[in-house]
Design a binder for this molecule. Structure first.
Ligand SMILES: *[C@@H]1O[C@H](CO)[C@@H](O)[C@H](O)[C@H]1NC(C)=O
Ligand SMILES: *[C@@H]1O[C@H](CO)[C@@H](O)[C@H](O)[C@H]1NC(C)=O
Length: 292
């Protein structure tokens, strides 16, 4: 089971994605990614942005929504149902991976912030001016040893380092000094990139040293699939960024051997049972899936 924790914009909507792989081969070519959907407004439909679904499908995964309703209002990375669920998955991932059971975890945006909280045991967030801006990645020296970027083409790495290809939609970040001063974070994660909001340097991409846990403070899925804001990049290199990130994660999911217990259960769970709705005229997402 592969878990990706994803969030957009703010503290108000989060998704946890996890992949369940069908079949018992060592490398699975039919990865299924499931999305856990959370809606903090009681009585309203749960929804997810279709961009996350398309992002994963573009790299060869199928998607399953897992709807979890947490009673009682707003999401907090400290105490919400989302936070509790993320904590459970995080611990399951640590346990599974320590037993040789491949269980990748991904955190995007708030999911990234959540990972830093889970690893360090405390919030290290600082306010940054990054609520709608595309930036180039400032790669660290350690990036050269990374799993995440090692199969990226050289021209794309050059573009990522020099062009604003990574879209940031967050108001909180972990500054580089705070990250590196924290023993748990420093020992657990290799910092792959940082960014500046003009004044404050923050950590923007990480991977855990010995375990398939990954985080980006930026949104790899938006470039190819979201058009609501002028700051979302759509150049050829920007679309390649979306694809290579998706390909990396889905390849990680291919190493997971978890699966549904029957084909029928699998078919009934797939996102193909739901239709996305065009919402671009009134929201930040072009298409969304709504769940009763
Ligand atoms: C925040 O960043 C934007 C560019 O993304 C800049 O135009 C703006 O002046 C910054 N605001 C502050 C308060 O620094
Ligand atoms: C990139 O990171 C290095 C090391 O932290 C720092 O010295 C440099 O100023 C950063 N450059 C930018 C453009 O953020």
């Amino acid at each position: 089971m592969t878990l990706i924790s994803v969030s957009f914009f703010s503290l108000f909507l989060q998704i946890i994605l996890y992949a369940i792989v069908a079949g018992g081969h060592r490398i699975n070519d039919c990865p299924i990614i499931a999305q856990e959907v959370y809606n903090p407004s009681p009585g309203k439909n749960s929804y997810i942005a279709a961009s996350y679904v398309k992002y994963l499908e573009s790299a060869g995964a199928r998607v399953v929504p897992v709807i979890i309703l947490f009673p009682g209002g707003g999401a907090s990375i400290f105490s919400s149902g989302y936070a509790k669920a993320a904590g459970v998955f995080y611990r399951l991932a640590l346990e599974a991976n320590s037993e040789g059971d491949y269980f990748p975890v991904w955190g995007t945006c708030l999911g990234f912030e959540q990972l830093t909280l889970l690893t360090s045991g405390k919030s290290l967030l600082s306010h940054t001016n990054t609520s709608g801006v595309a930036l180039p990645l400032n790669f660290t020296k350690e990036m050269k040893d990374s799993r995440m970027f090692k199969d990226f083409p050289e021209d794309l790495m050059t573009s990522l380092a020099n062009e604003p290809l990574t879209e940031n939609s967050h108001q909180w970040s972990v500054t580089t000094p705070d990250f590196t001063a924290n023993q748990q974070l420093k020992e657990f994660y290799r910092i792959l990139s940082t960014n500046l909001d003009g004044q404050t340097e923050f950590v923007s991409t990480v991977e855990a040293y010995n375990i398939p846990i990954y985080g980006t403070q930026w949104h790899p899925e938006k470039n190819a699939f979201e058009w609501s804001h002028a700051y979302i990049p759509h150049s050829s290199a920007a679309i390649k960024t979306t694809f290579y990130m998706a390909q990396f994660f889905v390849n990680e999911a291919r190493k997971s051997l978890h699966k549904f217990s029957s084909q029928e259960e699998e078919q009934n769970a797939l996102i193909y049972n739901y239709q996305p709705t065009y919402t671009g005229a009134k929201s930040s997402f072009e298409q969304m899936y709504f769940f009763d």
